[in-house]
Design a protein around this ligand. Structure first.
Ligand code: COA
Length: 307
């Protein structure tokens, strides 16, 4: 009873805080409409038939009239009926893969588990026609023509981001692009496709031993899914760590110097877009030159961008 009340109170507080923060933004930030968002996404390079893997900060866009649903609708209009939109709807009850592996009672259930990845992914889960991959830590949600193909095999994939995963399948689509709305080059899951594809050939031993986590599908069948926590020391120096602004900037400069990264405004945010195949090939080339998403400042100094 007490824990039920505590949970209710927490939810009420969260709801109140969200209302307050949206109100503040509404009165202080520049407003942007769904139609403006569509036009700006198109100006950035989003085209009909594109498959877009989106990482986002909603707040960075300014105040979006219509909220997160308007951002999703703007993207849907830009990619059209032949396109796909993929969002990270990861659920990590332990906060990290490592800590989630320690939750022995945990079983991921699409019917009850939401996402910890922010407001847009949350809203995307409630969007009509969206399909979600069955995965205990890195469930991906997809709207569009290839939603089934992109999501159907994740729980059977031998690694989280490699063969059979939404990232590997996404990278096979002809107009696959990764889009960052108001975010740095840090929180971009696509980087991990290279690690899982290269496996032992990846320049660094980035993984701890594999653990098995459970998922339950809509037929109530339980699946044991292998996941690999990251080495803690390496994870603390990875490109998505707040301390690695240098590496985020290096990656951005590198991709711009190679003519691969498009940049432009969407709402009030600085945004970027890159073709997935080009991105992958550049990451592969960088790894060959000794630069990975774990590169030290000294390694970055030794290899100037656009080398
Ligand atoms: C962490 C992160 C999500 C934070 O960004 P954020 O904009 O603060 O958070 P969200 O996208 O969840 O949006 C929530 C904010 O939207 C704001 N908001 C509410 N209504 C809004 C509206 N109509 N228009 C614009 N913003 C609105 C709220 O103010 C809220 O801010 P608050 O948290 O201060 O209350 C972002 O920086 C990030 O890293 N995104 C990538 C995440 C990801 O894909 N990770 C996987 C790769 S590792």
């Amino acid at each position: 009873m007490l824990s039920y009340l505590k949970k209710q109170l927490k939810q009420l507080l969260k709801h109140y805080q969200r209302e307050q923060s949206a109100k503040e933004l509404k009165s202080q930030a520049p407003h942007v409409s769904q139609q403006q968002l569509t036009q700006q996404l198109q100006a950035l390079g989003v085209q009909a038939g594109d498959s877009i893997f989106l990482h986002s900060s909603l707040k960075s866009l300014g105040y979006v009239e219509g909220g997160p649903a308007a951002v999703i609708a703007a993207l849907q209009t830009a990619v059209g009926p032949e396109g796909n939109i993929l969002l990270p709807t990861y659920y990590l009850p332990g906060g990290t893969i490592d800590n989630t592996c320690k939750l022995t009672d945990y079983c991921f259930d699409l019917r009850i588990h939401g996402t910890h990845m922010g407001r847009l992914p949350e809203a995307f889960l409630a969007t009509s026609g969206v399909q979600r991959s069955l995965h205990p830590t890195h469930s991906v949600s997809v709207w569009g023509k290839d939603a089934r193909f992109l999501t159907e095999a994740h729980h059977k994939a031998p690694s989280v981001f490699g063969e059979g995963s939404p990232w590997q399948r996404f990278a096979t689509l002809p107009q696959a692009k990764v889009l960052g709305l108001g975010i740095s080059m840090g929180p971009v899951t696509f980087y991990h496709l290279l690690e899982d594809t290269m496996g032992e050939q990846f320049p660094l031993p980035v993984w701890q031993p594999e653990c098995l986590l459970r998922c339950i599908d809509d037929q109530d069948k339980v699946w044991q899914v292998p996941v690999r926590p990251y080495d803690k020391t390496l994870a603390a120096m990875r490109i998505d760590h707040p301390s690695r602004g240098d590496l985020q900037q290096y990656m951005k400069d590198e991709l711009i110097a190679c003519g691969l990264l498009e940049q432009g405004p969407v709402g009030a945010a600085s945004c970027w877009l890159i073709g997935a195949q080009d991105f992958y090939q550049q990451l592969e080339k960088l790894a060959g030159d000794g630069i990975t998403i774990y590169a030290t400042p000294e390694q970055l100094q030794q290899r100037p961008v656009g080398h």
